[in-house]
Write a new protein. Sequence first.
Length: 322
Amino acid sequence: MSRRYKLLIACMAWIPACSVQAQNFPACKSLRFVIAYPAGGPTDIQGRIIAQKLGERLAHTVIVENRGGASTVIATAFVAKAAPDGCTLLMTAAPFAINPLVMTMLPYDTAKDLAPVTQTARFPQMLVVHPVLPARTVKEFLRLAAAAPGGISYASSGNLGTGHLAGELLNSMAGVNLLHISYKGSAPAHPDVISGRVPVMFDSIGSIGPHVAAGKLRALAVTTTTRSAQLPAVPTIAESGFPGYEVSAWQGLVTTGGTPRAIVARLAAEISAVLAQKDVRERFELLSAELVGGPPEQFEAFLRAEATRWGKVIRERQIKGE
């Protein structure tokens, strides 16, 4: 058993206390599990796994609703206006923390109208290039980028998504100017990357990895601080000359602001117990995900750190929301 799963199981020690504090939860007839992305995508697939298992643990009906669009704003606004009883959950991702930094007219107050429950998973990203670029290392790639400011483009799954920010962080730390090309999801970007039309991409290992394995793309580095167990021969960007570089996509669950803390803690405990189940771990591993879990306070601290870190990059690179 890996270290991260031992830690996940160890954190289950706080579950009994949470269960005692919220014995009557859930008081509603069914739980609404809102996913901030369209059906069929990775967030939807993983969200449905959690929703099913959560329903089994609580012996309760869980209704899954997809409310994609507007960089998660549509789904977030819906959950923000729900009753503060813990019966409506939002499965969200990185834009939840980024949107308040770039959008001045959000239809909700993230700090007041939403309550973090628990982070569910992290997804290491990978920097890949098309073979048309004669680069086999990060340093070689950056030499090409430095010689052609704005002349090398990189694809991402969307503006202000993890892939976009990963490229902007590298621009900032390496002093280069890769040109960002935004797509509506990873899958729509892949044909252009595989053809070499947009020869660079930051994407999750699970999503882009098969194209690397097929020899269509070349992996230069992973974006986490340690190498991936799936790709031990691929170095990190940090060890390639940029210590401190770290980027992971993530997913997490929030509920409506004002929900009693005992209920939020109970939700976090139950979801963390779901993530500790062997069959759930195995299914997420197939998606190259690292499970997290933990109490609401841990997720709250993570979200604050994300806002601080990316706020600096957004200001420096003058990134605007769509």
